[in-house]
Design a protein around this ligand. Structure first.
Ligand code: BES
Ligand code: MN
Ligand code: ZN
Length: 519
C-alpha cells in the first residue's frame, strides 16, 4: 500500500521501476504533450499514436486504459489514458489507479506535463489520490511502494519551481491516506472493532493534530447526557457504547460545520433480526463514523480556516437479553420520543441523539453520513449516494462537490406528505415508515426532526458504502464513500469569491455564506 507520494525531477528517473506517460485522445489518436521527453526509459516516445494501433493494444479514450511496454533492462513504460481532456480530475484519478495496477516494481513515476493542464495542483492531487486509493489492500499495509510525480513544463524541472504540483501532491497524500485509514477501519472484523476500540483508534489518529480536541464519552456520561436512542440500541450488546465528540478549531475560522456519522460496529438487526445473508456485510455499518472522522482529520491536516465539530455515536445492534424490544419507546436527547417498531431501523435512533447534540454546538450547517437504508441502495445502486438537504444551496454545493470528487450524489426529496408515515399513536414518532414505500425518505424525515430547522444535509450511503469488486481507484470492500466529497465541499465553503476553481470545467468557486441561509 502506498502511504506517501512526492515530487521528483527527471534526474530521479534512474530509480524508477515504472514510468507512466499520460495521453489524451482526439480525432487524430493519442496525443502526448510536448513537455514529455522524446526518449523515456530507452523507448522513443512519439507525439501522436495511431488510434487503431493503440486500441488494438488496449489504450483508448476510456480514462485509465493503458498500454504497457516492458523493457529487458530498465523501467517499464506505461501509457495511460486521461480520456479526451487534461482538465478532468476524474481522468487523473483513473490514470493514477492504472499506474499502480499496471505498473511494475516499487517505484512508480508519473510524468505530469503542466503545460496543457489548467490547474496542475488539481491534476497532481487527483493522480496521487487515484494511485494511493487504488493501492489500498486490507492485507498489504506493510508493503512499501513509492509513487512519485515529475512536473514537466515551463519553468523547467526543478521541484521548487512547481509549488502548485508540490501542493497538489501534498493534498492528495493527506486525503488518500485518511480515506485508506477509514477503509481499513471499516474492513476490520467487528469482533476487533468494538465501539470502545473504534473510539480509541479515532482518538489516536485525531490526537496527532494540536488544533483537534477529542472526547470519548463512556456509558455513564452518555446516560447523564440523556442519549436515550443511543442507549436503547446499545442495550442488546455486552460491548459498552461510546460516543466520540471531536472539534477542529483553527485560529482563523470562516464557518462552523457539524458532521455526524452513524457508528454501528455491527448491525444484526437486533430482535428484528436480519437473515444470515443480510448481516454478512454489516460491519460496514460504522462507515459514517469513520468517514466524518477521516474528513475532520483531512480538514485539520490541510489547516482549512473552518471550525468542524464531528460527532459519532458508536454502538452495536445485537439481541442480548437487555435488548430493546419492538414496541419500546425511547426518549432522545432533545426530549422527543420514538416508538421502536423495528429494532433494525437503529441508525435513525442513534443519529437522532447525535443530531440533537450537533444542534447544541450551534453550527452554520449540519451534515450527517450513514449507511442508513436498504431502500437507498434499491433507488440509486452501489455507485451513487442519496443526498437529502433542507436548503437548495447546501444540496447544490454538495452535489457539485460530489461531481468534482468523483463521488456522485443524487438529491432525493424530503416529502412533507410522507411525515404521516412516521406518525405514532403513543410517541412523537415511530422508527418505521410505510412498508415497502420510500424507506430512504421516511428515515431522512425522522432525522430532520432533530435538526431544529437548521441548514442540514443527509448522505445515505448504504449502496456505495461497499464495492463488490474493484473499479478504477475504488477498491473492493469498504469505500468510505462521501469523505472526499465532504472535503471538497468544505474546501469550497472556505474559498473566497476569487477562489481557485477546483476543476477547469467547473464554474468558479463561490464563497458560501452559510449563515445567510438560516431562516
Ligand atoms: N444498516 C442498515 C441499512 C443497510 C442495508 C446498509 C444494506 C447497507 C446495506 C439499517 O440499519 C437497516 O437495517 N435498515 C432497515 C430499515 C428498515 C427496518 C426500516 C432496512 O433498510 O431494511
Ligand atoms: Mn439495521
Ligand atoms: Zn444499520
Amino acid at each position: 500500500m502506498i502511504k506517501h507520494a512526492r515530487v521528483v525531477t527527471l534526474d530521479d528517473l534512474a530509480d524508477a521501476t515504472t514510468v507512466v506517460i499520460p495521453v489524451i485522445f482526439d480525432e487524430e489518436g493519442a496525443l502526448i504533450a510536448e513537455a514529455i521527453p522524446g526518449q523515456v526509459a530507452g523507448h522513443d516516445v512519439a507525439r501522436t499514436l495511431d488510434a487503431s494501433w493503440c486500441s488494438a493494444r488496449g489504450l483508448n479514450a476510456t480514462p485509465g486504459s493503458t498500454l504497457v511496454r516492458a523493457s529487458f533492462a530498465g523501467p517499464t513504460l506505461v501509457f495511460v489514458s486521461l480520456g479526451s481532456s487534461y482538465n478532468q480530475a476524474e481522468g487523473f484519478r483513473m490514470a493514477g489507479a492504472s499506474a499502480v495496477q499496471r505498473g511494475e516494481g516499487d517505484v512508480i513515476v508519473f510524468l505530469l506535463p503542466t503545460d496543457p493542464i489548467e490547474f496542475p495542483d488539481v491534476a497532481a492531487q487527483a493522480v496521487v489520490e487515484g494511485a494511493m486509493l487504488a493501492s489500498y489492500g486490507f492485507k498489504t499495509t506493510d508493503e512499501d511502494r513509492r509513487f512519485e510525480v515529475v512536473a514537466l513544463g515551463v519553468p523547467l524541472p526543478s521541484v521548487a519551481d512547481h509549488d502548485d504540483v508540490v501542493e497538489g501532491v501534498r493534498r492528495g497524500v493527506v486525503v488518500a491516506d485518511a480515506v485508506n485509514w477509514a477503509k481499513h477501519l471499516i474492513d476490520s472484523p467487528p469482533n476487533e472493532i468494538s465501539p470502545k476500540e473504534l473510539a480509541k483508534r479515532i482518538a489516536q489518529r485525531l490526537g496527532e493534530n494540536d488544533d483537534v480536541q477529542v472526547e470519548i464519552w463512556t456509558e455513564s456520561k452518555i446516560r447523564d447526557e440523556r442519549l436515550g436512542g443511543l442507549l436503547g440500541v446499545g442495550a442488546g450488546s455486552a460491548e459498552p457504547t461510546r460516543l466520540v465528540y471531536a472539534i477542529y478549531q483553527p485560529r482563523e475560522s470562516r464557518a462552523h460545520v457539524a458532521l455526524v456519522g452513524k457508528g454501528i460496529t455491527f448491525d444484526s438487526g437486533g430482535l428484528s433480526i436480519k437473515s444470515g445473508e443480510g448481516m454478512m456485510a454489516m460491519k460496514t455499518d460504522m462507515s459514517g463514523a469513520a468517514i466524518v472522522m477521516a474528513t475532520l482529520s483531512i480538514v485539520a491536516a490541510l489547516g482549512l480556516p473552518l471550525r468542524v465539530t464531528a460527532i459519532a455515536p458508536l454502538t452495536e445492534n445485537l439481541s442480548g437479553d437487555r435488548a430493546m424490544r419492538p414496541g419500546d419507546v425511547l426518549t432522545t436527547r432533545n426530549g422527543m420520543t420514538i416508538e421502536v417498531l423495528n429494532t433494525d431501523a437503529e441508525g435513525r435512533l442513534v443519529l437522532a441523539d447525535a443530531l440533537a447534540l450537533a444542534v447544541e454546538a450551534n453550527p452554520d450547517a449540519i451534515i450527517d453520513v450513514a449507511t442508513l437504508t436498504g431502500a437507498q441502495a434499491v433507488a440509486l445502486g452501489d455507485e451513487v449516494g442519496g443526498l437529502f438537504a433542507s436548503t437548495d444551496e447546501l444540496a447544490e454545493l454538495l452535489q457539485a462537490a460530489g461531481e468534482r470528487s468523483g463521488e456522485m450524489l443524487w438529491r432525493l426529496p424530503l416529502v412533507a406528505r410522507y411525515e404521516k408515515h412516521i406518525e405514532s399513536d403513543i410517541a412523537d414518532m415511530k422508527n418505521l415508515g410505510k412498508n415497502g414505500k420510500a424507506g430512504a425518505i421516511s428515515a431522512a424525515l425522522l432525522l430532520q426532526r432533530f435538526t431544529d430547522g437548521r441548514p442540514w444535509a443527509h448522505l445515505d450511503i448504504a449502496g456505495p458504502g461497499r464495492a463488490d469488486a474493484t473499479r478504477g481507484y475504488v477498491t473492493k470492500g469498504a469505500t468510505a464513500f462521501g469523505a472526499r466529497a465532504l472535503v471538497e465541499f468544505l474546501w469550497q465553503v472556505v474559498q473566497d469569491d476569487e477562489g481557485t476553481p477546483r476543476d477547469a470545467d467547473d464554474e468558479p468557486a463561490q464563497h458560501l455564506d452559510l449563515e445567510a441561509s438560516v431562516d
